[in-house]
Design a protein around this ligand. Structure first.
Ligand SMILES: [Zn+2]
Length: 218
């Protein structure tokens, strides 16, 4: 039965491609239309669970969930929400490593729709272009705000930064807790998952070790 296969796949957290799988008609409807339809569906889910939707406390939940999905948790699905990532010429000729660490993010596991919470640590060495620091946070946030697997999220952030900075000298480390691991299934409260992606000068072990030291200064 197909559901058995789905359960196994979810717990193995397999990823099928680097691009988030989207339908060709993904954004034909407006946010408002999507919220309306999701609200109706979520109403049905709650009803099916046996909840009384006439209760004052539950009444507004389908709308709140629908709005939260479209406008917050999954807003990074829609390319119109992609942050403007302007880069500048590296006027001050700073040509060493820049590290931005402990960038907190919230994402959602695409296999269970439960939170993934963690931190991203980013480093780059300019090949002539630099980017505003807050823009790095915004890239992380944009790719986090969609149903995700951690490996794909790391690679999407990595390839975006390489593209806008016009350099291969980028490293991305993501460490996260997956609530689908800590609150159900195996129920492991302490494990965390770390992914790493790098290219250019970061292929050099010594440079990578410099990054790790700066990422975790102690
Ligand atoms: Zn999961």
């Amino acid at each position: 039965m197909e559901n058995n296969k789905f359960e196994q796949m979810g717990d193995n957290h397999q990823m099928t491609s680097l691009k988030t799988p989207l339908r060709p008609d993904a954004f034909k409807k407006s946010d408002e239309e999507k919220i309306k339809v999701i609200q109706e569906h979520f109403h049905k889910i709650m009803e099916e669970l046996g909840l009384d939707l006439t209760d004052d406390s539950l009444k507004g939940t389908p709308y709140r969930v629908a709005k939260m999905y479209v406008k917050e948790l999954f807003m990074g699905l829609n390319p119109v929400n992609k942050p403007k990532l302007s880069v500048f010429d590296n006027k001050y000729d700073y040509n060493k490593m820049l590290v931005e660490s402990d960038i907190t993010f919230n994402s959602s596991c695409e296999h269970h729709f439960l939170p993934i919470v963690g931190k991203a640590h980013i480093g780059y060495v300019s090949s002539g272009k630099v980017i505003g620091l807050s823009k790095i946070n915004r890239v992380v946030d944009y790719y986090a705000k969609r149903p995700q697997v951690q490996e794909r999220m790391s690679m999407q952030i990595f390839s975006e930064l390489k593209k806008v900075l016009e350099t291969d000298n980028v490293i991305v480390v993501v460490e996260a807790e997956h609530l689908c691991v800590s609150t159900r299934g195996i129920n492991d409260k302490t494990s965390k998952t770390t992914t790493i992606e790098y290219a250019g000068v970061f292929k050099d072990t010594a440079i990578r070790n410099d990054f790790f030291k700066l990422m975790n200064p102690k």
